[in-house]
Design a protein around this ligand. Structure first.
Ligand code: PLP
Length: 623
């Protein structure tokens, strides 16, 4: 458990049992073993990979966020209140949105939509009438109409103006429909975030009004005698803010703007500080991009304190503080479980070194000498020589000076050198700098039945890090160092960076795979990954189990959602199922005509084809 840092990043939602198995712990006194859940699902005949979702974890996060603000509000005797909204773009899954709406009902926790489709989805949710439904993003007439209709349905819909020209559009449509809008204005803060989404804030940000545009909005509304429609000031300096100081600076600036707008005679009610509340993916509690140097309580306390201080000194009434936290509410609830289906690597198994040819090339002889002579004293020098020789070997082959037989022998000798080296360095307390790439070179490749592009797109696109651990055998010392590869035919489909408290690790310690299926869990993947994933190689959405953890270490499977069938994903590319079948039939007829297939063959072929069309897109082995 220590090795994988589970207590550091799990926020208490995962732990390791005495038997070395990972348990999910959505609340004190409630726990279930991931391996038991998987065994049950496999027994039922369900296929891997699979996402396990725990709605109780989402509910716990909603409660924790709201209670953190309530604690801060009590502590500082803040006169306003807090009302969060969940930006559904972070995860629009039905279970996620409905769980948040339900757990958030008592807190009047609302939703945020960034497109027409998202708004259509949000409008159908059962929400506390006080809860906000914020409409962000660029808008056309249809979007605005839907938002205004939402108000007449009794929902607290606020249309955020992302740019000045949206105001005229809103005013015109509101006149046409005879529905008065509630408006927010997104302000481009000068303050910037920290971490990977720094560009979301600052003067160059894509969204928002600058100071003069904001004042023009106020003027325009004054002219229309609609100043009371402007109820919210909205800001957002980026997701995953790693440094709490950036948040404080941004909130201070936002509250100054809020105060000045109130001074202009606008009765603003809500100050929206946007998203950005981080998730500590590596557990290091630092400003590293996969971490954050503050707790949830510090986040809430610092925001409440800063808003209070600025409002007091400006003698402005305390607003309802709104945050649009998405990542922090949803990341923890989902775990991707994938089986290791094979292991390869330069130091594995017995290396068969082809016999030397009679006129063996000198470069191959050099590698033979290195293999014979490498020892604890000279391994640095010898390793560097071997790397150089291997490069020369390939150059010579390319130029036609080396036979395939010599190349094969040279490569096998090189691997044998690596294997010997791995033994020599395994007892060293550290790997010397000049051998920096050595762990990666020596590492095994654990081939996992999943697609990085479908299940973990941020790891590929922006090098986001997620904690990965075996889900059992954690009381056993791992003896291998590995990188992970997926089953797509894309060489980018690999994971070669792993969390670490001090740095990023090039390899993950794993156990030798034997008899039983070895499962790895990818944790904290419930924010953004589910919805950004793409069907590279036509690997589709994965199977999902929704689970409730019950007292006494038990669990129930509330719902099993099958992943996409091959047919669906093929159809999403514009093909029709009937067309595919027809083409197979015509080809089979032709093959029969020339005696290649019998009637029985055709029946069997068509059955096999059908089975794959209706089947899961991932590899299916008997577990
Ligand atoms: N609000 C807005 C306007 C956003 O653009 C985003 C995402 O970047 C969020 C909220 C959600 O942020 P987070 O997931 O960091 O809470």
């Amino acid at each position: 458990a220590e090795l994988y840092g589970i207590p550091n990043w799990s926020s208490g939602y995962f732990r390791v049992s005495d038997k070395g198995k990972v348990e999910v712990t959505p609340a004190p006194g409630l726990s279930a073993t991931l391996h038991d859940i998987i065994d049950e699902l496999v027994e039922r005949g369900e296929s891997m990979p699979m996402i396990l979702r725990f709605p109780q974890v989402i509910s716990a996060r909603v409660k924790q966020l709201n209670e953190a603000f309530r604690t801060a509000i009590r502590e500082y005797e803040y006169e306003g209140s807090y009302q969060g909204v969940f930006p559904i773009k972070v995860n629009q899954r039905r279970m996620v949105v409905e769980t948040i709406a339900e757990a958030g009902y008592v807190y009047a926790h609302g939703l945020e939509a960034g497109s027409k489709a998202e708004l259509a989805l949000c409008l159908a949710q059962n929400m506390n009438p006080e809860a906000l439904l914020c409409c962000n993003g660029f808008k056309d007439d249809g979007f605005i109409k839907l938002a205004l209709w939402g108000r007449s349905l009794g929902k607290n819909v606020v249309i955020t103006l992302e740019k000045f020209s949206e105001l005229d559009r809103v005013l015109r449509i509101s006149r046409e429909l005879g529905i008065k809008p509630a408006l927010g204005a997104r302000f481009k803060l000068h303050a910037r975030g920290s971490g990977q989404w720094e560009e979301s804030g600052g003067d160059q940000a894509k969204f928002g009004l600058n100071a003069s545009e904001l004042l023009q909005v106020v003027e325009r509304l004054k002219q229309e005698d609609m100043l009371d429609s402007l109820v919210m000031l909205h800001t957002h300096i980026g997701s995953q803010i790693t440094d709490i100081r950036r948040i404080k600076v941004a909130v201070r600036e936002a509250t100054q703007v809020y105060s000045d707008i109130v001074d202009e005679g606008v009765k603003l009610k809500y100050l929206n500080v946007g998203g950005g509340l981080g998730v500590d993916y590596d557990g290091s509690k630092t400003t590293f991009y996969a971490s954050m140097n503050y707790t949830l309580q510090e986040y809430a306390s610092d925001i409440v304190y800063t808003v209070q201080e600025v409002c007091k000194s400006n003698q402005v009434a305390s607003p309802v503080i709104v945050s649009e936290s998405g990542r922090a509410l949803t990341a923890h609830h989902a775990v991707l479980i994938m089986p290791v289906i094979d292991v390869t690597g330069p130091t594995r198994g017995s290396q068969i070194v082809p016999e030397p040819s009679e006129d063996q090339h000198q470069i191959v002889k050099d590698l033979e000498e290195i293999l014979a002579g490498i020892n604890a004293r000279n391994y640095r020098e010898m390793y560097n020589d071997a790397v150089g020789d291997k490069e020369t070997l390939h150059n010579l082959f390319d130029l036609g000076y080396l036979t395939l037989r010599d190349r094969a022998r040279g490569e096998a000798l090189f691997n044998a050198i690596l294997k010997k080296l791995a033994k020599l360095v395994q007892d060293l307390p550290y790997v010397p700098d000049e051998l920096e790439d050595l762990p990666k070179t020596l590492a095994d490749k654990y081939i996992c039945n999943f697609s990085l592009f479908q299940s973990l797109p941020d790891n590929w696109a922006i090098q986001a890090l997620f904690p990965i651990t075996p889900i059992s055998r954690l009381n056993e010392r791992p003896t291998r160092q590995a990188t992970l590869v997926d089953i797509t035919c894309d060489s980018d489909g690999k994971i070669e960076k792993f969390i670490d408290l001090r740095d990023v690790k090039a390899t993950l310690p794993l156990h030798e795979v034997s008899g039983d299926t070895y499962y790895l869990g990818i944790f904290l993947m419930g924010a953004y990954q589910d919805v950004l994933g793409s069907a590279h190689n036509l690997f589709g959405k994965v199977n999902e189990a929704h689970l409730t953890v019950r007292p006494g270490g038990k669990h129930t499977i509330d719902l099993f959602v099958r992943g996409q069938k091959a047919r669906r994903i093929i159809e999403s590319m514009g093909y029709e199922e009937a067309m595919l079948r027809e083409s197979i039939r015509v080809q089979a007829e032709r093959a029969r005509a020339v005696g290649e297939l019998t009637d029985a063959d055709i029946t069997e072929l068509e059955e096999d084809y059908d089975e794959e069309l209706l089947g899961y897109t991932y590899l299916e082995y008997e577990e």
